[in-house]
Design a protein around this ligand. Structure first.
Ligand code: UT7
Length: 329
């Protein structure tokens, strides 16, 4: 029987209009454009402003682009998986909100929580539904309104994140294109170094937790950096090795955009040149679950059928992983 691969057949994306530059941040916290640029590669990031707007509002815009581009009836979508760390609500799932807002009445949906690796976890999960042959149109969304959990008094953390969302459509392909392989990893011991202290069942919200600013991202930057820089590079190399890909075979690396220095280390480990790496960290910062699909969205017009693409990510959990796919259009 011919193998069914899950192929990305369309990409959508959305970043909010409001730009927060490094110079703007320097007016809020003790930092400078020079420090942020040299340490991270970030120049500016987008912030979702407006009362009552959440991650689903960005996701709706990204998914709507896909429906428009492909001229798809919303009723054809069977499943929507949303990877996010900043869900609209603790429950129900943001995927449910998105499917409702878009009228995807025949789709079921759920969220995946794997921080910055969430999009890869969701893509891999979604691909299984396609590979069984049972599902024909599945949407994977990755995005975050990181500004909703940032402490703008913590200069080491607030400078790296931004808001944004991307989405892809997965459809079956029997010509060898699509997702070929994924390596996903996690190590919960890493949670000590990157987490949100309050708001979960261990420490529900109280006046005290709010006053102590425990509903924001807590990150020990240096420690996370050390794990990220080795693990993301290692896993990207591992997926090349086990699929017999040389540096010349790889058309593009799509790296998680947390820090330009982590991206460079991954590229060097893979042995590929800089022109093969998608980098938009300077404009959007780290949009957590949004980084990978936003890269695909921005580079879509430059991709060719058959391109070997490696996606790699590292994030809170710790979670990390890499996916190898053959571009299908
Ligand atoms: O995406 C999820 C996973 N997250 C990541 O991958 C993030 C990984 N970590 C990082 O990217 C980096 O650790 C940061 C960008 C967050 C921080 O960069 P760093 O080079 O690790 O800085 P540091 O925390 O070691 O701080 C170095 C110095 C310190 O001053 P002293 O002690 O040397 O005097 C900090 O106080 O820089 C100071 N500093 C700043 N100075 C100006 C820290 N943040 C800032 C700032 N502006 N924003």
């Amino acid at each position: 029987m011919t193998k069914i691969h899950a192929a990305i057949t369309a990409v959508g994306g959305y970043v909010p209009e409001d730009v927060l530059s490094n110079d703007d941040l320097a007016k809020i916290v003790d930092t400078s454009d020079e420090w942020i640029t040299t340490r991270t590669g970030i120049k500016e990031r987008r912030i979702l402003k407006g009362e009552g707007l959440g991650t689903s509002d960005m996701a709706v815009k990204a998914v709507q682009q896909i429906l428009d581009k492909k001229n798809i009836d919303p009723l054809e979508i069977e499943l929507l998986i949303c990877a996010t760390t900043t869900p609209d609500y603790t429950f129900p799932a943001t995927a449910n909100v998105i499917t409702d807002k878009l009228g995807l009445k025949n789709a079921f949906g759920y969220d995946i929580s794997a921080a910055c690796s969430g999009f890869l976890y969701a893509l891999t999960t979604a691909s299984q539904f396609i590979e069984t042959g049972k599902y024909k149109k599945v949407i994977v969304v990755g995005g975050d309104k990181m500004s909703s959990i940032l402490n703008f008094e913590d200069r080491t953390t607030c400078i790296i994140f931004g808001d944004g969302c991307g989405a892809v459509l997965l459809e079956p392909n029997t010509d060898g294109f699509g997702i070929i392989d994924s390596v996903l990893k996690s190590d919960g011991a890493g949670r000590a170094h990157l987490h949100q202290k309050a708001g979960g069942s261990v420490k529900p919200a109280t006046v005290e937790t709010v006053m102590a600013k425990e509903h924001f991202v807590y990150q020990e930057g240096q420690t996370v950096f050390k794990f990220a820089v080795t693990n993301m590079a290692d896993v990207a190399y591992e997926i090349m090795q086990r699929n017999n890909l040389t540096e010349n075979d790889v058309a593009w690396l799509v790296p998680h955009q947390a820090n330009k220095r982590i991206i460079d280390a991954t590229r060097e480990r893979m042995g590929i040149t800089e022109d093969k790496v998608m980098i938009n960290i300077q404009r959007y910062g780290n949009t957590t679950n949004g980084t990978l699909p936003l890269c695909l969205w921005e580079w879509e017009s430059r991709l060719n059928k058959g391109d070997n693409i490696v996606l790699a990510a590292f994030g809170g959990g710790f979670t990390w992983g890499a996916t190898y796919l053959k571009w299908a259009y």
